[in-house]
Each structure stands twice: as C-alpha cells, then as structure tokens.
Design a protein around this ligand. Sequence first.
Ligand code: NJP
Length: 235
Amino acid sequence: MKTVIITGASSGIGAETAVLLNRKGYQVVLAARRMNKLEKIAEQLNEHHLLVKVDVCKVHEVESLVKQTIDKFGKIDVLINNAGLGYIAPLAEGKLEDWHQMFNVNVNGLLTCTHKSLPYLLKEKGTIINIASVAAHEVFPNTVVYCATKHAVNAITLGIRKEFRDKVKVCNISPGAVQTEFLEQSEESNNVKQMRDFFFNNETLKGIDIAEAIYEVLSKPAHVAINEVIIRPNI
Ligand code: NJP
C-alpha cells in the first residue's frame, strides 16, 4: 500500500483528496492544525489512516509528522503540499502580518514539509504534488502577495523536476475557483463579496474535482510524469 501525507487535510481540497485516496487504497496521513475537523473527516476513512496535528510553519511539528508517518507506515510515497491560504485585499490595505503569514504557510511551510520528507520520498522514487494555483501563472489585483507565493511554488516545482528528474516525480496542480473555506480567512469587503459570489456560483469547481485530478496524476505508470495541471471552471 502506498503512503501519502496530505497537509491542510482538515477542509476543502485536502479533505476531499484524503477521502478519495483512502477509498482508492492509499494509507493516508492527514495533517492540519484543527484536530476536531480531522477527526470528523476520519469517520469517512478505513483503518489505514493517521491524523497528525501540525502547523506547517513549525519545523519541529513537521519533523514529528514525518516521524509519526514512518513509525506507523514505514515509508512515504507521496507528499501533497496543500496547506495554504490567501488574504484578499488591495496592496494599499494589506496587513504586513497577513503578507508574512501567506509566505510562511504557502512557501516556507511547503519547503519544510518537502525538506523533511525528501529523504523518504527518494527511497521510494515517490511523488510530490504541490497545490499551486492559476495565481502561479497570472497576477490578479487584490491578491498580489498570494500570487507571489504561488509563483514561488511554481519555481520550486520546476526546480525539483530539474534536480531530481528520475528520482522523484513532481507536479503542480493549479486550480481556478474551488468551493472551499478559502475565502473565510479574509475580512469581509466588497472584493471578498464579489469573489464569493463568483466562487459559489454552481458552475465553479468542487474539492472532489481537484482530488480526482490528483488521483489521475498518481495513477500514471512509472515512466510517465505529469508535471503541470491547470484546472479551471468551464465558464
Ligand atoms: O482552502 P481551505 P482550500 N499549518 O481553507 C490548512 C489552494 N487553492 O482547500 O490548519 C497547517 O478549505 C487548513 O487547516 P487548519 C490554496 O492556496 C485554492 O481551497 O486546520 N495547515 C486547511 O485544511 C491552498 O494551497 C483555491 O486550519 C494549515 C487548508 O490549509 C489549497 O488550494 C484556488 C495552515 C486550507 O483549506 C487548499 O486550499 C487555488 C498551517 N499553518 C488554489 N494554514 C480555491 N479554493 O479556489 C492553513 O487556485 N492550513
């Protein structure tokens, strides 16, 4: 059985991915800060799972995540760097601590999880999936710093591919608007309201759409590496 660590598994894309991969036969390690949410999601999982309370910004907690995974399952085949957040505000109104937090979680957290898992991924010729964004490929007003974090994720993915070509597969999954808790982090404003009206249009993506794309990437034979997937609502 393959072992997958999913960060940010307490809601949205991460939660849907954990449930789908577990159903498809993976041993799943769900990592996030809100244990109560993880425990609720675990009601949908078989016994091949592990819940770990982790703030990806805390190096010792990520070390403990990796240790607990190895202690229970003995290996790591897949790391899904999904934990992330975005604050919606024009630069002129942005809070410095929000900008720093986005870089801490979306970039430094992803780097910490990658650094600590890499020795085990190399042993298994494993796969890293980075949840980037359409914001990794464009820059949108009101989300400039978020876009900068996702451009950094894109650079990290491209770099891993170049340095670890035949040793570890890596893929950027870049979603457009997905109906999750993503917008709940931001203070209410006209910009947030407009985005919510767009995001919760019935025709935008659901977490399961991204989970299925991740499963497809992971299902390819050893000689096939899908490195980039951009998924937008068909509107
Ligand atoms: O959002 P949400 P999504 N340490 O809020 C976790 C990207 N994306 O599923 O710790 C550990 O439901 C948080 O867990 P908790 C987006 O940038 C989305 O949409 O318990 N975990 C929660 O499980 C992100 O990279 C859209 O609070 C931390 C999870 O992150 C990924 O998709 C579009 C953490 C966030 O779940 C998943 O976000 C796009 C920390 N310090 C890219 N901080 C979209 N929704 O439209 C947060 O292009 N988390």
